[in-house]
Design a protein around this ligand. Structure first.
Ligand code: DON
Length: 310
């Protein structure tokens, strides 16, 4: 690898922090999970962790938030560790071009979701974890603790219960996939684990650290533990690029140019191979379900640093 040119990441983050201020207040906080609607919308934080462990941050980077669909990246990694390529018999690897919570493709595609990052796909991934672990929610929290190096991470019980009480669409999807035989555990068990995974609370610094193994060829830079082999890290990253931001993934690749995974809590993680992990958080969303200020901040980050995949 050639050594990346010197970049003053702190100056870049400070500039982005100033630039996004006019965007705050323009998007909408997710409210279909009632607990998420209580989060103040005009917050913004961003963190970068280079592979030598140096942390750069700005704004609300140490404010914990609900990681929601960002958890799908960690759940997929853990499931891939467990069953490898057998996963692809039950979930595809193509962008869906539909909303993250859409059901439409499932009927014509025999209950096999397009990819592991839309809700239907993540439910299949959770089903794999339910088969593999006696306590799948604890297994994922412990995995993310190891990736981030923060042993105190937890899921937020109130957020999990709030989604459990209102997640009718995910339940419908899970039942539908069970009718095709693609989901095998009891629907209530899968939904329970899924909602707890989504309800994990983390801040931007911990998330930037947790994604860094993908920038480091599958090896946790903080512990030296091999999480996945280099080829699998490449594959997981390719899925982030093509499917990690749902029906906005093409636009994201065009504007930002790095593998990213978003969540409706307003977090987006990404990485630049061999260089760094990054996380941005701002709770107000675009209609696609991706953070509005967060998307803009990542576009500015790759533009100002001159670093991206391309
Ligand atoms: O299942 C849901 O709808 C949420 N728990 C997660 C969705 C989500 O984060 C989509 N991301 N942008």
């Amino acid at each position: 690898m050639t050594h990346p040119p010197f970049v003053d990441y702190q100056a870049v983050l400070d500039q982005i922090h100033a630039e996004v201020q006019p965007l705050l207040g323009r998007g909408r906080v997710a409210d279909y999970i009632p607990e998420l609607a209580k989060v103040r919308g005009d917050q913004f934080g961003m963190a970068v962790v280079t592979l030598d462990g140096t942390v750069y941050s700005c704004g609300d980077a140490r404010t914990p938030f609900s990681i929601q669909s960002v958890s799908k990246l960690f759940a997929l990694t853990l499931a891939f560790q467990c069953v490898g390529d057998a996963l692809w018999e039950r979930v595809g690897r193509e962008p869906s071009g539909s909303a993250f919570n859409s059901l439409v493709q499932l009927e014509t595609e025999q209950g096999k979701p397009r990819n592991p990052f839309i809700n239907a796909g993540a439910l299949i991934i959770t089903d794999v974890l339910c088969t593999r672990f006696v306590n799948p929610e604890t297994a994922l929290v412990e995995f993310v603790r190891r990736l981030s190096g923060n042993a105190t991470l937890q899921y937020d019980d109130r957020v999990a219960k709030s989604e459990l009480a209102t997640g009718f669409r995910n339940r419908a999807m899970a039942n539908f996939m069970r009718s095709f035989g693609n989901l095998v555990n009891p629907v209530d068990d899968v939904i329970d684990a899924y909602c707890r995974h989504c309800a994990i609370r983390m801040d931007s610094v911990d998330l930037a650290r947790a994604v860094a193994f993908l920038a480091n060829g599958g090896v946790n830079p903080w512990t030296g533990e091999t999480i996945v082999d280099a080829s699998s890290a490449k594959r997981l990253s390719a899925l982030m690029l093509t499917c990690g931001t749902y029906d906005a993934a093409g636009d994201f690749a065009y504007r930002v140019g790095i593998p990213c995974k978003s969540g409706v809590g307003g977090g987006i993680v990404g990485h630049i191979p061999d260089v760094l992990g990054v996380c941005v958080w701002s709770p107000e969303l675009e209609p696609s379900g991706n953070s509005m200020a967060g998307s803009h901040a990542l576009e500015r980050f790759t533009t100002l640093t001159g670093q991206s995949l391309f």
